[in-house]
Design a protein around this ligand. Structure first.
Ligand code: MN
Length: 245
């Protein structure tokens, strides 16, 4: 399915409302949506080729991201640029490859560099035993209130755990990229998107992590408390996690 487009109204709705309407309702609403004539994936590939040829890099990056949503793989994007370098110009390939790295990450299974404005950091080896799947950890603040940026690969989540404290304590999650989940014991899981804030009280058993098919990133704020420590419990089973889309 072609993604419903609101970029025109989102970005140019005030400055150029007619252009925004034509972009969202005609170009995307009536042309891109003709999926019986040409699939969204194929439309993305020809659009990527056209923008690469014209050297329109900001739009190329946007369409690489849209192509990714339409099923164009990193390998295919690299191949398109490799072939078109011969037709369109070698230096254009040098300009386009870093955009592919930003949108897709350097290699399969690595996070995109620009998931958010915060760094991804290193593989979270120290806590790997308490996670299913690969996570990454970047210290954002080590003074005053400790803040870490945590990145989860698709399907990655931490074990059930409790941030204990005698008073104060707990944790705040500020979601910055992708899509994920937060669940407290005995409650429904809550879907998370960039901009969402989760206030986790001290002494409440919970877990957090990515959606199955999407990278996820949140800042974790350690709320200062008295006698605070984290207790790690059992893993979130496939039975519990598998129900979440
Ligand atoms: Mn937590």
């Amino acid at each position: 399915m072609a993604k419903k487009q609101t970029a025109g109204r989102d970005m140019l709705g005030s400055l150029a409302p007619k252009f925004a309407e034509l972009n969202d309702d005609v170009l995307f609403g009536e042309v891109w949506s003709r999926e019986d004539k040409l699939s969204p994936r194929d439309r993305s590939m020809v659009t990527i080729a056209a923008l690469f040829s014209a050297g329109l890099y900001p739009q190329l990056k946007s369409h690489l991201a849209l192509g990714k949503e339409h099923g164009v793989t990193r390998t295919e994007a690299v191949e398109i640029v490799t072939q078109l370098a011969f037709y369109c110009g070698w230096p254009k390939a040098w300009s386009a490859f870093p955009l592919i790295a930003e949108v897709y990450g350097e290699e399969e299974g690595t996070p995109a560099k620009d998931l958010s404005v915060f760094p991804v950091g290193e593989k979270n080896d120290a806590f790997a035993q308490y996670f299913i799947g690969q996570s990454y950890l970047a210290p954002v603040s080590t003074a005053q209130v400790p803040v870490f940026n945590v990145t989860f690969e698709p399907g990655c989540r931490n074990n059930w755990h409790i941030h204990h404290a005698k008073s104060g304590g707990g944790q705040m999650l500020l979601c910055v990229a992708g899509r994920g989940w937060y669940q407290e014991e005995g409650k429904e899981a809550q879907e998370l998107h960039p901009g969402d804030v989760v206030n986790i009280p001290a002494n409440v058993k919970h877990w957090h992590g990515a959606a199955k098919d999407c990278w996820f990133q949140h800042l974790a704020v350690e709320v200062p408390g008295e006698e605070s420590h984290t207790e790690w419990c059992e893993a979130v089973t496939d039975e519990v996690y598998g129900k979440l889309d």
